[in-house]
Write a protein that binds this ligand. Structure first.
Ligand code: GUN
Ligand code: ZN
Length: 440
C-alpha cells in the first residue's frame, strides 16, 4: 500500500507504450509494452507505478479514486516537434507553395499577434486545439512579437503543460510590420529566456524563422544567444522547398549548403530542431547526425504545400533523431493520428515501410528523444511526468466495426492511425490532471 495523502490517483485500462529508445524500427517489436488490463498510479503529476492491474491493485490506497477505461487504449501524450501558434487560423489556405504561401497567408496572419489581447485569446484557442488532439508537448513558433510568446507561455503555465516556444527572429525579406533587427531580436529573446526558460515545465527556443528571413548578422546574434544560454533550444526550417533552397544559395553564396548557414553560426547541436529536411545533400545529413541535431517530419505540410517526400528510411540509416510534427498552418491538422496517416502515405509513395509501432514511437518516445525530453516524457516509465491520452477505438461507427475485427494491438493501432481524428481522443491528461474531455 502506498501511504500519504498527497494527490494520488489511479488509472485502469488497456495501455500501450514503447519502453526504450531504439535506433532502428526493427527493434521496436520487443520494446513495445502492451498491458490489456493495466494500472497507472499518479502522484503530484508524476508516474508512481505502472504495471499489470493484478500486480498493482494492492498498491491503490482505499480512498484513492480509480478511473476505469474499459474498451479504450491509453497511450503517452503525443509530441508535436514543430508547429506555428499564429497559423491556426489559416489552415487550409488555397493554392500556393511555400514562398507565396508565406507572403499571402502566413505573414498577414502573424501581424495580428502584436496585439496582446488578441494573442491571449488565440493562445487559449491554440492550447485547446492541442489538447483536444491529444498533444501534450509541442515545440512552437510564436511571432516576431514578444507579446505572442508571453501569451502562449502564460496559457500553457495555467495547466503546467510542457511547451517549448520562442519569438521568431526575422530582419529581412518579410513585410516591415514583421521585422526586428539583430539587436532587438537578441535583447527581446534574452528577456524572454530570463523570464520563461525552465519556469515550471516551460522551455525557450531561439527561433530564427529560416535562413532567407535573417541576415548573417542576425544569425550571428542567434548563435551568441545560444552560447550565452546553452541549455535553450534552437528551432528553424531547413530544406523544405526547391525555390527556397535556390534562394538560400543566392543569399549565402559563401556557405557550402543550406544547413551550413546555421552550422556556421553555432545553431546546430542537441536541442536544435530542423523542420522538413526534404532535399538534403549527403553532407547535410552527416552534419545533422554529427551534431546530434533533430529533424521534425511534417507530412501533412509537405503534401499540402507540395514540398516533397521526406526520406525517413534514410534518416533511420543515418541514425538521426526524428520526431513527428503537424507544422500547422502549412500542415492541415492538429491531430497526430491524421499526421501519422499522411506519413504512411508519404512512405508508400517512396516504397518504404511504416509500421504502426514505428508511427507510434515517432509520435511519443521518439519525439520526446528528438526534443531531448525522453528522460521526463514519452512513455509510462516510473518517475516520468504524467501526460497521457485515452484513445477511443470506437469513436465512429466505421471505426467500431474495424476495431472489432482487428487481429491484435498493432492492427488496432494502425486502424486508429488511418481512420482516427479528434473524435478518437476521449480524454487528455496533462501533469496528472484531466484537461480535455471529448464533447460527447
Ligand atoms: N519556412 C519559413 N517559415 C515557414 C512557415 O511558417 N511554415 C513553413 N511550413 N515553412 C516555413
Ligand atoms: Zn514550420
Amino acid at each position: 500500500m502506498i501511504d500519504g495523502s498527497q494527490s494520488i490517483s489511479a488509472i485502469r485500462g488497456q495501455f500501450l507504450d514503447v519502453a526504450d529508445i531504439v535506433d532502428c524500427p526493427s527493434k521496436l517489436e520487443e520494446k513495445v509494452r502492451h498491458l490489456e488490463d493495466g494500472l497507472l498510479l499518479l502522484r503530484n503529476g508524476r508516474i508512481e507505478w505502472f504495471g499489470e492491474w493484478e500486480e498493482g491493485r494492492q498498491k491503490v490506497p482505499a480512498s484513492c479514486p480509480i478511473h476505469n477505461y474499459p474498451d479504450k487504449l491509453i497511450v503517452p501524450g503525443f509530441v508535436d516537434t514543430h508547429i506555428h501558434f499564429p497559423q491556426a487560423e489559416i489552415v487550409g489556405a488555397y493554392g500556393e507553395q511555400l514562398l507565396e504561401w508565406l507572403d499571402n497567408y502566413a505573414f498577414p496572419a502573424e501581424k495580428q499577434y502584436k496585439d496582446e489581447a488578441y494573442a491571449t485569446k488565440m493562445a487559449g484557442f491554440f492550447i485547446d486545439q492541442l489538447l483536444r488532439n491529444g498533444t501534450t508537448t509541442a515545440s512552437v513558433f510564436c511571432t516576431v512579437h514578444p507579446e505572442s510568446v508571453e501569451a502562449l507561455f502564460s496559457a500553457a503555465e495555467k495547466i503546467n503543460m510542457r511547451i517549448i516556444a520562442g519569438k521568431v527572429m526575422m530582419d529581412r525579406n518579410a513585410p516591415d510590420y514583421l521585422l526586428d533587427t539583430p539587436e532587438t531580436a537578441y535583447t527581446e529573446s534574452k528577456q524572454l529566456i530570463e523570464k520563461w526558460h525552465k519556469r515550471g515545465r516551460l522551455l525557450y527556443a531561439i527561433t530564427p524563422r529560416f535562413a532567407p528571413t535573417s541576415t548573417a548578422e542576425q544569425l550571428e546574434m542567434a548563435g551568441k544567444l545560444r552560447q550565452a544560454f546553452p541549455d535553450t533550444y534552437v528551432q528553424t526550417h531547413l530544406s523544405e522547398n526547391q525555390d527556397e533552397i535556390d534562394w538560400v544559395k543566392e543569399l549565402f553564396p559563401q556557405r557550402s549548403n543550406y544547413l551550413d548557414v546555421y552550422h556556421h553560426h553555432g545553431l546546430t547541436g542537441s536541442r536544435s530542431i530542423f523542420a522538413h529536411c526534404i532535399h538534403l545533400q549527403e553532407k547535410e545529413w552527416e552534419c545533422l547526425h554529427n551534431t546530434d541535431s533533430a529533424i521534425a517530419f511534417c507530412p501533412t505540410s509537405n503534401l499540402f504545400l507540395g514540398s516533397g517526400l521526406f526520406n525517413l528510411s534514410h534518416a533511420w540509416d543515418k541514425k538521426m533523431n526524428v520526431g513527428m510534427a503537424t507544422d500547422i498552418g502549412g500542415g492541415t491538422s492538429f491531430n497526430m493520428l491524421q499526421t501519422l496517416s499522411e506519413a504512411y502515405k508519404v512512405m508508400q509513395l517512396q516504397k518504404q515501410n511504416f509500421s504502426a509501432y514505428e508511427a507510434f514511437y515517432l509520435a511519443t518516445l521518439g519525439g520526446a528523444k528528438a526534443l531531448s525530453l525522453d528522460h521526463v516524457i514519452g512513455n509510462f516509465s516510473i518517475g516520468k511526468e504524467a501526460d497521457f491520452v485515452v484513445l477511443d477505438p470506437a469513436a465512429t461507427v466505421l471505426q467500431a466495426k474495424r476495431s472489432e475485427k482487428s487481429k491484435n494491438v498493432a492492427d488496432l493501432l494502425f486502424s486508429l492511425i488511418i481512420l482516427g481524428d479528434d473524435r478518437s481522443i476521449f480524454h487528455t491528461y496533462v501533469d496528472g490532471r484531466l484537461v480535455h474531455k471529448r464533447d460527447n
